[in-house]
Design a protein around this ligand. Structure first.
Ligand code: COA
Length: 154
């Protein structure tokens, strides 16, 4: 069974490995980060110093398979999901997005916050995963020569 939990400092090493996963960095265009940068990032969130939520996706048998970030900007929450490459193609991506969406909707329903994802146009697995979780394309964006689809949970 898969569940989402808010991250703890003790999860940092696993999050660091997932964050630096080669496939993830290629798909998201991210640079490597050091362990201390990752620790600062997680610690700021855990201590409530950052306008970001970090959730870990944990399988009963396999442990942490991925993580979700929710970044807040007024009435919008931007969702990002990463599943470790060893765990992909088994439905964890879709399931994690569904659970994170329920989590966010449960938290913010009274505030009517919009939930958006920016996904590179060539990242077809992410596009499928967000569509399966109930997101719809609402537009496109271009940043640093990459095209992004903007998806919103409807
Ligand atoms: C995008 C990502 C989360 C998907 O995770 P995943 O666990 O592999 O995804 P799922 O197993 O839930 O599959 C998602 C969809 O992709 C399809 N898919 C997965 N692997 C596939 C493959 N090798 N070939 C074809 N389709 C594939 C699935 O069939 C599913 O589509 P469906 O809903 O139409 O059936 C994962 O690849 C990832 O972490 N990527 C790096 C970070 C990223 O790109 N995040 C998205 C932007 S925030």
């Amino acid at each position: 069974m898969l569940s989402l939990k808010t991250s703890k400092i003790a999860d940092t090493e696993t999050i660091w490995h997932l964050r630096n996963d080669v496939a993830t960095r290629r798909e998201l265009g991210l640079k490597l980060i050091s362990y201390s940068e990752c620790l600062d990032w997680v610690a700021n969130i855990v201590e409530g110093k950052s306008k970001e939520t970090l959730l870990i996706a944990k399988d009963d048998k396999l442990g942490i398979v991925g993580f979700v970030t929710l970044q807040y900007d007024n009435d919008v929450a931007h969702i990002g999901v990463s599943i470790g490459s060893a765990f992909r193609g088994r439905g964890y991506g879709q399931h994690t997005i569904k659970l994170a969406t329920e989590y966010e909707m449960g938290l913010t329903r009274p505030m009517n916050r919009r939930l958006l994802a920016h996904i590179r146009s060539e990242n077809y697995k992410a596009l499928f995963a967000f569509e399966s979780a109930g997101y719809k394309e609402i537009g496109m964006d271009k940043q640093e020569q990459h095209e992004y689809f903007i998806y919103e949970y409807k």
